[in-house]
Design a protein around this ligand. Sequence first.
Ligand code: FAD
Length: 503
Amino acid sequence: MSDPVFDIFIVGGGINGCGIARDAAGRGYSVCLAEMNDLASGTSSASTKLIHGGLRYLEHYEFRLVRESLVEREVLWAMAPHIIWPLRFVLPHHKGLRPAWLLRLGLFLYDHIGGRKRLPATKVRDLSQDSLGAVLKPGQGRAFEYSDCWVDDARLVVLTARDAADRGAEIHTRTRLTSAHRTGGHWEITIQNDAGHSRTVKARMLVNAAGPWVADVLSGLIGGNESHEVRLVKGSHIVVRRLYDDPRCFFFQNADGRIFFAIPYQGDFTLIGTTDQDFGGDPASVEISPAETDYLLAAANQYFRAPIGRDDIVWAYSGVRPLYNDGASKAQEATRDYVLKHTGGGNIPALLNVFGGKLTTYRRLAESALGHIESALGRRGGRWTAHASLPGGDFPVDGFQAEVEHLRARYPFLSPENARRLTRAYGTLAHAILADAGAAQDLGPDFGCGLTGAEVRYLVEREWARSADDILWRRSKLGLHANLIDRFALDQFVREALAPSDG
Ligand code: FAD
């Protein structure tokens, strides 16, 4: 029997590759996706984790992008209310930085151009009267408080991949595209897994969603010359012990004209970032530099009353933005919009390259990609993703607490923190993990922080987890509590859970 010919082969298991796979599979195209490492192991787990309009992009007149992003906030929130939820951002005004009228104008547009329905509108606050002002250095006055949303970025990718697979897509992790060429009216693509086994896959269209590797895949593996279209810009974050006890975030202006965020993170921590630096190395080995660490500490210390230093940093991470190269002079000014470039069609197998994009716009980027796919392969179905929940997200946007209580009522042995954590991660699918357990010991070994054998098995079987790091840093952020996790036992358990599928 001859090998099947997929409609679409996608390289890259970040948010863009998975978003396109989901949309395409849902329209009835046959899809195969290869990710060389773990899902979301590239840029898609290294973001600031905001579903946001991007207030500062208004300064660069990116109205199309901001409007689309603002609209997406409420669309994505409704699709996945377990991993996406609203946040309030407090932006202090300072003489000598952006004038108050400019901030007001930006926030007026923010509130009005993006079809805001549920998110609360902007308010003016007086930080000398607001409890949040007390954590900042004295002398704070007026501030603007506005809405955006939080997202668990890595889980957004995994749930999108899960949905794509449930709709028929083949998802191969730890599988690298090593070459691709056009032959006999289709692509012949060689992929290799981490055990060194290679195989050839045929597809009518190839989608290059390799993020910061998009140019490497294009010029090195496919044979194209659009490498100059991508501008790699590194961004880093630091995580410190919780700096204040309030759910609101800060949006600070730095003296150099850049902005940075301080965001309550994982209960016990504050996330501070980010930086913007042109990047020329291997995206796989990107890490925060001492200069970036100093920059972020100094930026935070300009504002917070209690100074922080290197010893306060519990974790830091970096990612590389695969931006479309619009020729901007400064890294922070390069467009955050996406550009899709399509070649081939007719008798020549089509290639679609994805440049730029944000987590926030991934669903719309996928819809645009489907426009190109339709023109190359013929139309199948229409747009469908705007109202389709991601796995576990089939509950109302204001129904999170009710879901937690429902879970606790069904499984009274769960601690309140763990019921909350499980509902945040899995939404209604938490019930699938706990199944018919009547007591904590029915869930298998307890690795610490409420992580049990049942959850790990689910992550291996349903979410492509292959190592303890996949579980501790991407399927969850339990790695932040590494001292509370029995890492040795977890490694061992993952190996055993994988054994049947390896064998
Ligand atoms: P990636 O996530 O990098 O995925 C590409 C994948 O391709 C990788 O996993 C890689 O392993 C795989 N790959 C590469 N080559 C091969 C090959 N040969 N074979 C198989 N697989 C391959 N966006 C927001 O909306 N909100 C934010 O708050 C935000 N903050 C950000 C902060 C920072 C510091 C950064 C860096 C980005 C931020 N972004 C944010 C942008 C967003 O994170 C990215 O636009 C998005 O994650 C890019 O996704 P991607 O799928 O294109 O790339």
